[in-house]
Design a protein around this ligand. Structure first.
Ligand SMILES: [Zn+2]
Ligand SMILES: [Zn+2]
Length: 625
């Protein structure tokens, strides 16, 4: 891996792609303009790189694909509404001849600095304003960071939704719960299917991932093929034998050529290759075999059907029965069995309420809660609150998953609670019980080598992941002007002359809190953070406007704010200062509500800040009579 060299090369080619993170600030626009002009006028580095590609292309387009395109073909616009700058809320729009196809509509789980937020969605403003031009939503696979936002988009307008049968089944769950099913027309598509959707042919290419039946998506546009990798890894021994179809991608690369590759960046920082999913099966068997008389509770993502299959196989292979715990595990078990994707005999399945009737060595419970979610089945087991059965010190809990960034603390807390019960806990930190679903550098390089894209845009990642993808691309001679590092809200245009930046659309966070969608802004979150970190100090005062005086003594009320030394003296002084500030304002003729609030807040805030070095939220409540 020549990352260092690649990095230098990316810099040398004048790339402004590593411009600071921005959501449309003026500085960012300048940086973007530079990158854009870079894309329009390929320099010597680019030409050299293209000749190294060995595609034999001599056309100015630099790829055999340009030969297949009609001269003057209409341009194609791609808008990124989410997923470029975070793991989550993936959503992109492909626009051809004024029509829009939406690729994925995902959610993101909130960061610690978003207190009280349940979910984060892509900003749907652009889609809502152009709803009449939307011809369909394509779901690449069934993970919630790709499908979870659909129920919310459907509130804005009804739409046709395409995806594999399993993907649609998984996506349906949230849509049904939201009562939006009648607004979605679910259209299943098969592996290798090429189907006209709105303005262009869309081809569904199998890829391996941590949920079955995931797709890479090839858009056959007037500007050539746009290939979106989807979430993928190159697993040569997948549990179901359905491999990432590199052969088809290679065929498209040679005829007509791949104009633009959008590629999963999640593991672009990780060297090497992601291990095969089937390697987990062997390890599970060993772990079961070493503990023949112990009861197992295994937790993993409920949508990870292949992991579930391997757990089930290991358990049943050693004479155990299987019970499911947790609503999504039960639902997905049923869905996957119905679609013939999960194979388990009826005789091996027992009800969770009956597990105590079996000797410990004859039972395996497959549970949700691998992310430490507080209300999940595993968390409830850990705190002894599960109503179906209790864990015994002899039990083994196997966490066959890795915490998604942000969940480490919750998972750690559940593991601690389990240890307190005396339970043995096996997780990915101590045994090989989990592999990633995303391609590492070796596989990403392989994909670039197979697809030989003329242009590349990293997707699906935090900024650092995408920046590493750029470096990796440079090491594969796809450097400088042929790679654009985009962020949420960015738009690009692909035309006969190349790939250009094309302005922005609203790409910010849309917060969901309970049933409220979009009512919470950054101001509310800032307030919540201040309240959480510093508490609140309120001054309640009554003012007689006619007499121009403060009635009685203001009350000072505090919550979540602690100042132990001389608090009483400080509060006394606060009352005096607030009274004085209000009276001064009144005597100078400033008796409007806004001014009275402002002077009271200022007086109280100044005093608290100076005496305590703390910055609680200051709330004046002025009642006028
Ligand atoms: Zn995924
Ligand atoms: Zn994803």
């Amino acid at each position: 891996m020549t990352v260092a060299k690649a990095s230098a090369s990316a810099k040398a080619s004048g790339s402004a792609k590593t411009s600071g993170r921005s959501k449309g600030g003026a500085g960012a626009k300048t940086a973007r303009a530079t990158a854009s002009s870079g894309a329009r006028t390929p320099g010597a580095t680019t030409k050299a790189a293209r000749s190294r590609k060995g595609s034999g292309a001599t056309s100015p387009g630099g790829s055999s694909s340009s030969g297949a395109r009609a001269a003057g073909a209409s341009s194609v616009r791609v808008v990124f509404l989410g997923g470029l700058g975070e793991i989550g809320r993936n959503c992109a729009c492909i626009e051809v001849d004024g029509r829009i196809l939406v690729l994925d509509v995902g959610i993101m789980f909130p960061d610690p600095d978003m207190p009280g937020v349940d979910l984060v969605l892509p900003d749907f403003t652009y889609l809502r304003e152009n709803a009449d031009r939307v011809d369909g939503v394509i779901l690449t696979h069934g993970h919630e960071d790709h499908t979870g936002g659909l129920a919310y988009l459907l509130r804005d307008f009804p739409v046709d939704v395409y995806g594999s049968e399993l993907t649609l089944g998984l996506a349906r769950s949230r849509v049904d719960e939201a009562g939006m099913a009648s607004r979605a027309n679910f259209i299943p598509v098969r592996d290798h299917e090429r189907r006209r959707i709105g303005p262009c042919d869309v081809e569904f290419i199998p890829v391996t991932h941590s949920v079955p039946h995931a797709f890479a998506t090839a858009f056959h546009t007037p500007q050539g093929i746009i290939l979106h990798s989807g979430d993928f890894k190159i697993d040569l021994h997948p549990v179901d034998g359905r491999r990432t179809d590199l052969a088809r991608m290679g065929a498209l690369a040679s005829d007509p050529g791949i104009r633009l590759l959008l590629v999963d960046s999640t593991n672009a920082e990780e060297p090497g290759f992601t291990a095969s999913e089937s390697s987990v099966g062997a390890s599970l068997e060993k772990i079961f075999l070493a503990r023949p008389d112990r009861r197992f509770v295994v937790t993993c993502f409920a949508s990870h059907i292949h992991r579930v299959q391997q757990v089930v196989d290991a358990a049943i292979g050693q004479g155990r029965v299987v019970a499911t715990l947790g609503r999504s595990m039960q639902k997905n078990f049923a869905l996957a069995r119905k679609l013939d994707l999960l194979h388990i005999a009826d005789s091996a399945l027992v009800d969770i309420e009956d597990v105590d009737n079996y000797p410990p060595g004859r039972v395996c419970v497959v549970s949700t809660g691998s992310q430490g979610e507080p209300m999940s089945a595993l968390s409830r087991l850990a705190t002894g609150e599960n109503r179906f059965f209790k864990l015994h010190p002899d039990d083994v809990v196997l966490i066959s998953a890795h915490p998604i960034p942000g969940n480490e603390w919750s998972v750690g807390r559940v593991i601690d609670s389990l240890h307190r019960l005396g339970v043995e806990v096996i997780h990915s930190g101590v045994e090989n019980v989990h592999v990633s679903g995303h391609a590492k550098q070796g596989e990403l390089a392989m994909l670039m080598s197979v697809t030989q894209p003329e242009f590349l845009i990293p997707v699906h990642g935090e900024y650092r992941h995408m920046a590493n993808q750029v470096r990796l691309a440079a090491s594969m001679d796809i450097d400088g002007e042929r790679v654009l590092l985009c962020e949420d809200g960015d738009a690009v245009r692909l035309d006969d002359s190349g790939l250009h930046r094309d302005g922005n659309e609203p790409g910010g966070y849309l917060f969901v809190d309970g049933s409220s969608v979009g009512d919470i802004g950054h101001g509310v979150l800032r307030d919540r953070m201040v309240l959480a970190e510093e508490g609140v100090v309120m001054a309640v005062a009554t003012v007689d406007l006619k007499q121009g005086e403060v009635v009685g003594t203001p009350q000072i009320v505090t919550r979540g704010w602690a100042y132990d030394q001389d608090t009483d003296a400080l509060l006394d002084e606060a009352r005096t200062q607030v009274t004085r500030a209000l009276e001064q304002a009144l005597s100078s003729g400033n008796s409007d509500h806004e001014t009275l609030n402002r002077v009271a807040r200022k007086a109280l805030g100044k005093l608290v800040g100076e005496r305590t070095r703390q910055r609680p939220m200051i709330v004046p409540v002025i009642v006028t009579v």
